[in-house]
Ligand binder design. Structure first.
Ligand code: SF4
Length: 258
């Protein structure tokens, strides 16, 4: 296992097929992963729960770093198509997430008014009014839901603290379709038990949840790098396409990455 952590508050930009030239923002520590989940497939490794949890960057640090990179690139006529909140864990956990999104919207208007702001989140904190309202200011909410079966989510995402799938689905419904739903498909074995969110029953329940949430877009993908747990394997592109076709048949736009 050789997972990795982003070592700065702002990273990249990277050339993304979907987002174009995308600058990443990491609101989590640079030396540990902080998250409300502990996904067995996480590319950042296991969630730190002990004393080694690092320090979150301050709002002022994030804004200063972001502004310095945006202004420098602007002066040098270099493009930025997207500013993407991702990084070493769950960005909405930052206590000033809402304020930082507001700051980012202002910086975007000042330097790159055409750039899109995206947030990759596991959706566990969208019930918080401040988080929910901040996400309404964002162009692309890319929210994770790996299964329509709570037991499977417990096996794959290993929620830390209380978790209720029905409540999460209701919270996702509140976006009224204004989100991209992202699902990681995997299979394998973890702690002696089989893990597979691609079975017939899994896909049936997943499609039922899609019908309720009505996301404006769906992204299905699989493992591309080393994972926290060993024994987890990727699903083939052909299988991902078969799953995507079932969602497309219901009228959804689906992007497959493998
Ligand atoms: S939600 Fe994302 S960051 Fe958190 S454990 Fe899962 S994959 Fe890792």
């Amino acid at each position: 296992m050789s997972t990795f952590l982003f070592d700065d508050i702002v990273f990249g930009p990277v050339q993304s097929r979907r987002l174009g030239v995308s600058l990443g923002v990491n609101l989590l520590p640079t030396n540990s992963k902080v998250c409300t989940f502990d996904c067995i497939y996480c590319e950042c490794g296991w969630t730190d729960k002990g004393e080694n949890v690092g320090v979150l960057p301050k709002r002022e640090q994030v804004v200063a770093k972001l502004e310095s990179i945006l202004s420098e690139r602007k002066q040098n006529n270099l493009p930025i198509d997207a500013i993407t909140f991702a990084g070493n864990g769950e960005p909405t956990m930052h206590p000033n997430f809402a304020e930082i999104i507001n700051d980012t919207v202002k910086l975007r208007q000042k330097y790159y008014p055409e750039a899109r702001i995206s947030v990759l989140s596991n959706a566990t904190l969208i019930h918080r009014p401040k988080v929910f309202h901040a996400l309404q200011l964002v162009d692309d909410n890319i929210l994770k839901l790996d299964s329509g079966i709570e037991e499977t989510i417990r096996k794959i995402n290993c929620p830390l603290g209380s978790f209720n799938l029905e409540k999460l689905i209701t919270d996702l419904e509140a976006f009224e379709g204004g989100l991209t739903l992202q699902t990681m498909f995997i299979r394998g074995e973890y702690e002696g038990a089989s893990v597979d969110n691609t079975t017939k029953d899994e896909i049936e329940q997943w499609l039922n949840v899609l019908k309720r949430i009505k996301p404006n877009k769906i992204m299905v993908y699989t493992i591309a790098r080393d994972t926290a747990a060993e024994g987890i394997i990727a699903v083939s592109k052909i299988e991902l396409e078969e799953i995507a076709e079932k969602a497309r048949a219901l009228g959804f736009e689906v992007q497959v990455s493998a």
